[in-house]
Design a protein around this ligand. Structure first.
Ligand code: ZN
Length: 70
């Protein structure tokens, strides 16, 4: 698969503010999946489409996004 496109995207847990990065891989067929926070088990991201996310990693050294209330 020489023409596979991988990009890294960042996500933040809405519940506890933990940051994650994941590698996005384009797919010719439709995929879906989800990732749950390793700290509080809330769903961080759900995807459905012609891509897939893998290699989820926690990011510790970023500015926290606490206090995001509506
Ligand atoms: Zn969390």
């Amino acid at each position: 698969m020489a023409n596979t496109i991988w990009t890294t995207e960042e996500f933040t847990c809405e519940s506890c503010g933990m940051n994650y990065t994941a590698t996005r891989e384009e797919h010719p067929d439709k995929r879906s999946g989800s990732f749950s926070c390793r700290i509080c088990n809330a769903e961080v991201h759900y995807w459905s489409g012609y891509h897939h996310f893998f290699n989820w990693q926690a990011v510790r050294s970023k500015v926290p996004v606490f206090g995001k209330k509506k």
